[in-house]
Design a protein around this ligand. Sequence first.
Ligand code: WTA
Length: 654
Amino acid sequence: MSTAAPESQNFDSLLRENRLFPPPAEFSARAHIRSREEYEVMYKRSVEDSDAFWAEAASELEWFSPWTEVLKWNVPHAQWFVDGKLNLCHNAVDRHALGSRADKTAILWEGEPGEVRKLTYAELHAEVQRFGNVLKGLGAKKGDRIAIYMGMCPELAIALLACARIGAVHSVVFGGFAAHALVERIQDAECKIVITQDTSYRRGADIKLKAIADEAVAACPTVESVVVYQRTGKPVDMQAGRDYWWHELAAKASPDCPAEWMDSEDPLYILYTSGTTGKPKGLVHTTGGYSVGTYLTTKYIFDLHEDDVYFCTADIGWVTGHSYVVYGPLQNGSTVVMYEGAPNFPECDRLWQIVDDHKVTVFYTAPTAIRACIKWGDQWVTKHSLASLRLLGTVGEPINPEAWMWYHRMIGKERCPIVDTWWQTETGSILIAPIPGAVATKPGSATLPFFGIVPEVVTKEGDPVPAGQGGLLVIRKPWPSMARTVYNNPERYQAAYWSEIPGSYFTGDGARKDADGYFWLMGRVDDVLNVSGHRLGTAELESALVAHPKVAEAAVVARPDDLKGQAICAFVSLEEGHEPSDELKNEIKKWVAKEIGALARPDDVRFTPMLPKTRSGKIMRRLLRELATTGTVTGDTTTLEDFSIVAKLREQDE
Ligand code: WTA
């Protein structure tokens, strides 16, 4: 791993930020946690008597059989709620459907073309049971891996819940990924079933999910069946004996599918995320700890009450969608708003229209979406009242104080607290965020740790740095929803997270803790980019680039981007006999989008006769980053293999 300087640009602006926004009194008055003192008492107990704290939290869920021990910890292997038996689908659905929330709306969905569907907890219960039986009918058994490649529709949530119900391990692949990325993920987990849909809408266009799934499945011999949800009715090829329509199988399925008794440590899902090397990592989350972690964070950080209407704009293809569209809010018995399409379709006020139409009270999105709204103009916001909102959240990347203030003024009308939530695919649930009724916020800071979480900013040697200084963010104690391993690759789990700072979980993020104990996240310190809140590994991008027949070598670095946070800048050297041209630049950009997905399309492609390397052969990324950002190089370049390279790269500055 290369430990580069954290995002200094962001850091500078954050250093100057000292505004403080105490929780509004009327918010605190009805919040679960109403004062800083109350938070402090709970936090202290959660770290000093953590077994008792987590046992109490877990008791708010239903267990088929109790745990015998709260935590077994043998670094880096955690077992939480040892021997306990439960089912996450039972806690997210049955508990409410069979209790007082049967007729409460569980999922309130809006399709991109504008149709609205509401599913009550009782209806969701029925749908999930039928689909659980559909999967069983196709031979799915406890522990089998099932890939899900869909757009944002209620059936996507139903597919996850049905897997959890029967004990199958879901592996959701974001619908924006290309066939190759789908193949990689299906093959790694040896999925037996793929669940997809005919096509999906995005800004009015069709995303041909089934056709892409067909291309992928052709390369995946483990896949026995493909279930196709009919979303748009667009024609698709169905392969007899392999492909089945969701509605046809569901119509024949029994409506009664008991929830499997799952052990706390039985795997719940695999979710792939980019790391510093080659292939994406399949993080494995297990049942008990993940249930408790997502349940409790949702309850306290989004301060959910019975009458809340909760809207998280994340796609279920990412961890935010898993934890905070599906599992967290449903375990809390909340009404979850799901939206299928683009935020600027048909116009730039779609999200605010949804907020007003459905009286959304809690709204959770990414800084990149906020920055896009700022760019589109305030007139799209002021058309709407937004009076129902009481709490706002952000996730996925550092939020710049300017965007935070706009969110606070324009969307929150200075009345809604903002919870800036820091966490990762690996952490399963939010680790650092303000408890909104209790903790004063500062624009750009994720503030204080959640219960049971002990973060620290340290040097490369693992020593704590003084307040105000930047360093690496580590977590000192295990927490229930932490990923347990990398699928089929425990060595990689150990190497990526537990070797950098022995005994602590290494996040890969740079951070600073200020004199008030508030955490300021400063971006990745490794070779992972954060483009519009999406993680992309430079190694992944580079391997897609060199797969292009005309590309000899490639290095990818980030440059700061006002909208996306980071933009992808690719330095490319060509095979003998090929000349740089604008056409080739475009061809290469398209190629990467086709290989990985549109989200990975490079913003810049720059040609160089060879890449600048140190004498030991390492690509000089710092230098490339500097070139990509400023167009000039000021640092020490004496270890360069070929000095002329720098001059040639400079010449191309556009
Ligand atoms: C970044 C998304 C600053 C961070 C939940 C982390 C953030 C990576 C924040 C994880 C935040 C996420 N402030 N940075 N509030 N939230 N990040 O796995 O670099 O897609 O390591 O999980 O996003 O991205 P992932």
